[in-house]
Ligand binder design. Structure first.
Ligand SMILES: Cc1cc2nc3c(=O)[nH]c(=O)nc-3n(C[C@H](O)[C@H](O)[C@H](O)COP(=O)(O)OP(=O)(O)OC[C@H]3O[C@@H](n4cnc5c(N)ncnc54)[C@H](O)[C@@H]3O)c2cc1C
Length: 391
């Protein structure tokens, strides 16, 4: 892909930042010696990523009409989409776990409030999330409601005057242990509809479990979240109570696209590491890259990476974004590309690939989540089949 001068400048800015700032901190993040959240705030400030927060406040003061790309000329809007995609790529090439926490706090929690919230909710909750001043969580999954998150949802709310009273629990919640603002999906006992509520850490009755010990994404804390008669002001229903389920589907599609980009980024980095290693590592008096069996692995890795790249940049170039069908198709393919290429990289580095120092073992463990979160492989297959058979 031929990049414009502006695109090269954006890519280099993000790549240099992640190499110089995120990479050296990664061992401390992975061992949980250091929390990722102070760095997240610093990164947002250093890279000027809080423009959407400023636009919300400006609008509140009667300024510009929109928070994001609305009202921008096509070229600027396209460059902003490129920048968003490239940021996810550059973070995920270095540390997908950090992207997991950042994507959930700023994208899924903050972003959903920006898209669906009232002006008051945006100012009170989205602004600190987008600035990295508060940590956000997105709470859909429950112990008994994973793939069937909506059908089996038990967390419920009951109206009591100017409040809703929430009971239930969520699990596998990214950023749960550190969460300060929780976007929680719950069933309304009155009419069984599902609505999203903004819940603050300080609301009495909300508690979180200990961080789970996980296979990968270790710098991104994950826990259960419990609601024991939590009283939530009626004004904290996301968007003021619109019962449109479509926004949840749209936000799932956005999540799937984010995961797809992460899959590509992991594959891209693992391919580079493996190719460079194969050219340097000698066995039998010559670089292992001379052996055709190694060349086949590298060629197949490249095929995955180059096809993945076209999907990622093709969809980021489109103003409409992907349909639900194509978001599922991209998510399934690119998540598998991530694990496949990372596994191939370990084969090429062999014993060294199994060692922490060479990074591919961590990238492979992190990649595995992409096939499970945001809907498992089976759920993507079912979604794809449902759409193609309805056509
Ligand atoms: C590290 C991590 C972070 C996460 N972060 C969040 C978060 O921030 N917020 C959040 O809400 N959730 C989060 N999740 C939850 C994640 O989205 C779920 O784990 C995922 O949706 C799958 O649910 P489950 O684990 O309960 O699996 P289950 O639904 O129990 O699935 C078990 C198996 O059965 C299969 N299966 C289920 N139903 C069907 C069917 N109808 N047909 C065929 N096969 C089926 C599945 O594909 C899978 O293979 C996170 C998970 C992890 C591991």
């Amino acid at each position: 892909m031929e990049l414009t001068e502006s695109q090269v400048a954006i890519r280099d800015l993000y790549r240099n930042y992640m190499t110089n700032e995120l990479e050296p901190r990664t061992p401390a993040f992975e061992s949980c010696e250091e929390s990722v959240f102070p760095f997240m705030k610093k990164m947002i400030k250093d890279l000027g990523l809080d423009m959407a927060a400023d636009a919300i406040l400006k609008k509140g003061r009667g300024g510009e009409k929109s928070e994001k790309s609305e009202g921008l000329d096509d070229e600027t809007a396209a460059l902003m989409r490129y920048a968003e995609t490239q940021l996810i790529i550059e973070i995920s090439r270095i540390n997908p776990g950090f992207q997991q926490s950042f994507g959930v706090s700023v994208g899924l929690c903050g972003g959903n409030i920006v898209i669906r919230g009232t002006q008051e909710q945006k100012e009170k909750y989205a602004v600190p999330l987008l600035r990295g001043e508060k940590v956000g969580c997105w709470c859909l999954t429950e112990p008994g409601a994973g793939s069937d998150a909506f059908g089996s949802m038990k967390t419920s709310v009951k109206r009591d005057g100017d409040f809703y009273v929430m009971n239930g629990s969520k699990t596998f919640i990214t950023n749960g242990p550190d969460g300060e603002i929780f976007l929680v999906y719950a069933r309304n006992e009155e009419d069984a509809s599902i609505q999203a509520f903004i819940v603050e850490r300080e609301f009495e009755g909300l508690s979180t479990g200990k961080p789970f010990k996980k296979m990968g994404m270790r710098c991104s804390p994950t826990s259960e979240v419990f609601f024991d008669n939590v009283r939530i002001p009626v004004s904290n229903i996301l968007g003021g109570g619109n019962k449109d389920r479509n926004h949840v589907r749209k936000s799932l599609s956005r999540e799937r696209m984010g995961i797809s980009i992460m899959g590509y980024a992991i594959a891209d980095r693992c391919f580079e590491i493996a190719r460079d290693y194969a050219k340097e590592r000698e066995q039998g008096g010559q670089p292992i890259a001379n052996y055709q069996l190694i060349q086949e692995r590298l060629a197949r890795m490249y095929i995955d990476v180059s096809n993945a790249r076209r999907i990622v940049y093709g969809s980021s170039a489109s103003a409409e974004g992907l349909s639900a069908l194509d978001a599922s198709a991209a998510k399934l393919f690119l998540a598998e590309v991530g694990t496949r290429v990372a596994t191939q990289a370990i084969h090429i580095l062999a014993g060294y690939g199994y060692m922490e120092e060479y990074k591919v073992e961590r990238l492979m463990r992190d990649a595995m989540l992409l096939e499970l979160g945001g809907g498992t492989t089976e759920i993507q297959i079912l979604t794809i089949a449902r759409h193609i058979l309805a056509e």
